[in-house]
Design a protein around this ligand. Structure first.
Ligand SMILES: Cc1ncc(COP(=O)(O)O)c(C=O)c1O
Length: 397
């Protein structure tokens, strides 16, 4: 049944866009690190790297303080530099393009599939140039991109593939985990992510040369075990091998990550429950024809459900996307928009002369997208409330 949205009145409920899923185990893990007196990169970080490596099944895992840092270090290790181009999906966050720019290379933006929001072999191929040095893929919302045709294309041009798996832990297709399918992957442990350390990231790869380079460059380009220099087993001696960065993860963060990783599958199942509840609630509502829901995973896919992106059928409703978001906020419901495509931002328009219609699919999806709340402790009742409110907004009585 449709509930009129109470614009202007005090909302009946407060449903934030995001609530991290944290418990006593995380608190105890942080206290243990505080009591150990070793706060920065140390044994907990090494343990977290090993836990992630074993969990997703790859040769090497290198912890850093964000996925942005991970993308930067992967591109750097691949030798991307001025004059090179990297194909980057336009439907993504700032990090994907900016890390290419850190190295003075050019992000060449690719359009995406209208259903999954992921880049495809065809949209990537359209952006390949003689200068292309690498291909970046984003597993949007936690549903993996169709990697086989992309890998085939990359192999035919001898190009490495970087997986931005910031939304995709745990995600898999045919049993292959996101981040382990291409040349190297970047994970994010940002506050809203499915596995969080507050801020954090990790490089995952089977290529020892990428892992070794990243281990040194994440800590000022020092010799690889320089982080041990204040520990009993460490040495005061280090050498600066190159001009690196300050991207190392702290043990405080890693301790939280270890707990979160252990719960990754049970929290993913809770997110999946929320997604299925949205699916049922929309199907039973009077607005099923006004809203397009995200693709449900096929039997061979595991979806991380970092986001629940719906799209409004703007041709069938009278209200705008912005008004819908405002009215949901008025009803106490937090939402977001993923993403404002890179090619629409002033920097990319100014630097490369992009116009909205250059990448039309991304543009059209962005204009009608709203990300609804999805997290493990969102109750079925709260999901129903979100859908009922949306009913009142999109199809008022
Ligand atoms: C697709 C994508 N890539 C990369 C990032 C960057 O992650 P981090 O905040 O860990 O640098 C984000 C962050 O939201 C993201 O959504």
């Amino acid at each position: 049944m449709s509930i009129p949205d109470g614009a202007g009145s005090v909302p009946a409920r407060k449903i934030p866009f995001h609530r991290p899923s944290l418990g006593n185990a995380e608190r105890d893990a942080v206290l243990e690190v505080l009591e150990s007196r070793w706060l920065t990169t140390g044994q907990k970080t090494v343990d977290f790297e090993e836990a992630v490596r074993a969990r997703i099944g790859c040769g090497h895992a290198v912890a850093v303080n964000s996925a942005t840092a991970a993308l930067h270090l992967i591109l750097e290790a691949l030798g991307v530099r001025a004059g090179d181009e990297v194909v980057v999906p336009t439907y993504t966050f700032a990090s994907c393009g900016e890390t290419v720019r850190y190295l003075n290379a050019r992000p060449r933006l690719a359009d995406v599939d209208a259903v999954t929001f992921n880049a495809t072999a065809a949209t990537i191929e359209a952006q390949l140039r003689p200068e292309t040095k690498a291909i970046m893929v984003v597993h949007f919302a936690g549903l993996m991109a169709d990697m086989e045709p992309i890998l085939e294309l990359a192999r035919s041009r001898n190009l490495p593939v970087i997986e931005d798996a910031a939304h995709a832990l745990p995600s898999s297709r045919e049993g292959r985990q996101a981040g382990t399918v291409g040349t190297a992957g970047a994970l994010s442990f940002y506050a809203t992510k499915t596995v969080t350390t507050g801020e954090g990231g990790m490089i995952v790869t089977d290529t020892a040369q990428i892992a070794d380079r990243a281990r040194s460059m994440r800590l000022h380009g020092l010799t690889r075990d320089a982080w041990k220099r204040y520990s009993g087993g460490g040495s005061w001696y280090y050498e600066i091998e190159d001009v690196g960065f300050k991207y190392n993860l702290t043990d405080l963060a890693a301790a939280i990550g270890l707990v979160q990783l252990e719960r990754a599958e049970s929290t993913r199942l809770e997110r999946e429950r929320v997604a299925r509840r949205y699916e049922q609630a929309f199907a039973a509502s009077s607005i099923a024809d006004l809203v397009e829901l995200p693709l449900m995973p096929r039997p061979n896919e595991v979806h991380a459900w970092h986001l629940f992106p719906i799209r409004l059928r703007l041709d069938r409703i009278k209200i705008t996307r912005a008004e819908t978001i405002d009215r949901l906020a008025g009803a106490g419901i937090g939402t977001s928009v993923h993403f404002i495509p890179l090619h629409l931002h002033p920097y990319y328009r100014r630097m490369y002369g992009y116009a909205p219609d250059d990448l039309p699919v991304a543009n059209l999806q962005f204009e009608r997208e709203i990300s609804l709340p999805i997290y493990p402790d969102l109750t079925d009742g709260e999901v129903d409330y979100v859908v009922e409110r949306l009913e009142g907004i999109l199809r008022p009585l």
